[in-house]
Design a protein around this ligand. Structure first.
Ligand SMILES: Nc1ncnc2c1ncn2[C@@H]1O[C@H](COP(=O)(O)OP(=O)(O)O)[C@@H](O)[C@H]1O
Ligand SMILES: [Mg+2]
Ligand SMILES: [Zn+2]
Length: 252
C-alpha cells in the first residue's frame, strides 16, 4: 500500500518559519524495514511480543540456591538478563561478540529472553533468524524428501541448501530449544555444519537448551565443544515452570 504521508518517496517536505523548504525522513521507511526484518526472522507472533521491559523478575526465587553458581535463582536471573542486554549492545556496535548459551529448567524463560534479544536487535535494524531447532530439522528433512522424490521439480520451493545457507550466514542466529530430541547422525551433522561455520566466520549465535552437562551426549562432542567455545554460558532456573505458575496466578 502506498504511504499517504510521503507517497512512497521516503521523505516528507516541510517548511520552516522563514518559509524555507526542508525534508524529513518518513516513518514508513523504518516500518517497512522492521516488517521485512520480521518476515525474514521467523519469529512467531507470540514471541514478537517479548521485550526486555516485560521480563518479570518475580518468578525467580530469592531463597532457592543454584548449586552450580552458589547464587539464588533471582541473582542468577539478574546476571543472565544483564548479559542478554549487554550482548545486544555489543552486537549492534558491529563488534565481534561471543554468543550466549542459556541453560536451565523447563519454563524458566530461556526462549522468552532469546526472543527479547531478537526483538531488540530487529527494532534497531539488525538481521535475525530465530530457529526452533526441532521444527527446522523437520523442515530440512521435508525439503530433502521433495528434492529426491521429484527430480528437482520443486526448484522454486525452499531447498535444504537455502535453509542451511540462511542459518549459516545470517548476522544473528538464535537456536531455540536445542534440547533432548532424538537426533539422528544426519540431523547432528546438519547442526554441526551450521555451528562450525558460524564459529569459523565469527558470527554471533544465541542458543537455548534444557540440556545441562549432557549436550555432548545428545549432539556429539565436536558440536558441544564448539558451542562452549563460541558462547558464554548462563542459567535460568525456576521452582515451577512459569507457564504453570501463571495458570495458578490467573486461575485459568
Ligand atoms: N521472566 C519472564 N517474565 C515474564 N514472562 C516470562 C518470563 N519467563 C518466561 N515467561 C513466560 O513463561 C512461559 C515459559 O517461558 P519460556 O521462555 O518458553 O520457557 P523455557 O524456554 O525456559 O522453557 C512463556 O509463556 C513466557 O512468555
Ligand atoms: Mg524454550
Ligand atoms: Zn512514508
Amino acid at each position: 500500500m502506498r504511504c499517504k504521508q510521503c507517497n512512497d518517496k521516503g521523505l516528507i517536505i516541510k517548511y520552516n518559519d522563514k518559509k524555507n523548504i526542508y525534508a524529513v525522513p518518513c516513518d514508513c521507511i523504518r516500518k517497512k524495514r522492521d516488517l521485512s526484518l520480521y518476515e525474514k526472522s521467523g519469529l512467531s507472533p507470540l514471541l514478537r511480543e517479548a521485550t526486555f521491559d516485560k521480563f518479570d523478575f518475580s518468578y525467580y526465587s530469592t531463597q532457592k540456591i543454584d548449586e552450580v553458581k552458589g547464587l539464588s535463582y533471582a541473582e542468577t536471573a539478574r546476571i543472565t538478563f544483564k548479559a542478554a542486554k549487554k550482548f545486544v549492545e555489543r552486537f549492534l556496535k558491529g563488534r565481534y561478540t561471543r554468543g550466549l548459551l542459556f541453560t536451565g529448567s523447563v519454563g524458566s524463560g530461556k526462549t522468552f529472553l532469546a526472543a527479547c534479544i531478537a526483538n531488540s536487535v530487529i527494532k534497531q535494524g539488525g538481521e535475525v533468524l530465530f530457529i526452533v531447532v526441532p521444527d527446522w530439522l523437520d523442515q530440512i528433512r521435508f525439503t530433502y524428501g521433495i528434492k529426491h522424490a521429484n527430480n528437482f521439480q520443486y526448484s522454486h520451493e525452499t531447498t535444504e541448501m537455502q535453509l542451511m545457507e540462511k542459518a549459516k550466514n545470517v548476522q544473528l542466529l538464535i537456536l531455540d530449544d536445542l534440547g533432548a530430541h532424538n537426533y539422528t547422525e544426519w540431523t547432528k551433522n546438519k547442526l554441526y555444519s551450521v555451528i562450525n561455520y558460524r564459529l569459523n566466520y565469527k558470527l554471533a549465535t544465541v542458543v537455548t537448551t534444557n540440556l545441562m552437562e549432557d549436550i555432548a551426549e545428545h549432539l556429539g562432542e565436536r558440536t558441544a565443544s564448539r558451542l562452549y567455545q563460541m558462547c558464554d554460558l548462563y542459567r535460568l532456573l525456576v521452582d515451577t515452570d512459569i507457564r504453570y505458575a501463571n495458570k495458578l496466578k490467573y486461575r485459568i
